[in-house]
Design a protein around this ligand. Structure first.
Ligand code: IPE
Length: 285
């Protein structure tokens, strides 16, 4: 358990939407995976760290957001040709619907954490964040000074935007800002679904191997399902992770289907996965 007399040793964990949901099946959670991750968080907290959980959307966010082009903001006078019988007739209704769906997924995560005895506080970005990308505005720091053993939970969401009314704030950008702005973050762990880490070649290539160490000046081959994703997929995560590695010692991409690797990465170990380090400083021309 974290000790109330010493400053928190934060560990930020992102549960990717492709890990905790079946990405192409509308609103389908992977409950066993979520439960196993909750067990990992309990071990991390018992080891004296203060976890912060940020989760993605997967099929609780991307599918409707894509159909209703919520990531592009308001498009006046537009509606999709087919609405798939979901009873939504405008982008505004789609925003409300995705908000509801994200709370449904969040409840699954929070209940799972509760079942292993963890106390959480949930902070839906729609209530405090404005804008998308790493420069979004919002005072999330206010939520991080509660009870020492309360685990703050955030998630990617539909948020207000000044210029085009609404947009999609990725959980990856929340992770970046937490890592950059909080004092005492010792580890950031991106928990992936369907991958052991970053790969040396596109995933369908038979030569594709796990890259154990990656920095932003190295090439990246990842799968980004543009047909589904409204945020940047693995390329966005890798770019964010590279920036985080400039200020945080242990930054990892690991398979979230192996909770022991999540624990190891969070506690300063060397799990199977990809360690992210800052870009090597290049000599001046
Ligand atoms: C996306 O958040 C949020 C919505 C689509 C509403 P993320 O970018 O964090 O989600 P994943 O991890 O890619 O699913």
């Amino acid at each position: 358990m974290p000790n109330s007399t010493t400053p928190p040793d934060w560990v930020v964990l992102k549960f990717g939407g492709g890990l905790i949901t079946v990405k192409d099946k509308l609103m389908t959670a992977r409950q066993q995976v979520i439960d196993a991750l909750a067990g990992a968080i309990a071990i991390i907290q018992a080891a004296g760290r203060s976890p912060i959980v940020v989760h993605g959307a997967g099929s609780f966010g991307h599918i409707k957001a894509k159909r209703w082009r919520l990531h592009e903001g308001r498009i006046h006078g537009w509606a999709p040709e087919s609405t798939d019988g979901e009873g939504i007739i405008s982008q505004d209704e789609a925003c409300v619907s995705v908000h509801r769906d994200m709370l449904t997924l969040n409840t699954r995560v929070v209940e799972s954490l509760g079942q292993v005895g963890l106390v959480t506080s949930v902070h839906p970005p729609r209530d405090w964040a404005n804008g998308t990308g790493p420069e979004f505005t919002g005072e999330f720091q206010d939520f991080l000074h509660g009870e020492i053993d309360t685990i703050p939970v955030f998630f990617g969401d539909v948020v207000h935007c000044l210029d085009n009314d609404f947009g999609i704030l990725s959980g990856d950008d929340i992770v970046l800002r937490l890592a950059m702005e909080l004092e005492g973050v010792s580890a950031v762990v991106f928990c992936l679904g369907g991958a052991q880490g970053l790969l040396s070649a596109p995933p369908d290539d038979t030569d594709s191997e796990l890259v154990p160490l990656w920095s932003p000046d190295m090439p990246l081959h990842g799968h980004h399902d543009k047909a589904i994703d409204v945020t940047g997929g693995i390329a966005l995560k890798a770019a964010r992770a590279g920036r985080i590695a400039e200020v945080v010692e242990d930054v990892w991409f690991v398979s979230g289907e192996h909770p022991n690797r999540v624990v190891e990465a969070a506690l300063g170990g060397e799990p199977s996965g990809t360690r992210i380090v800052p870009a090597a400083s290049r000599p001046l021309d």
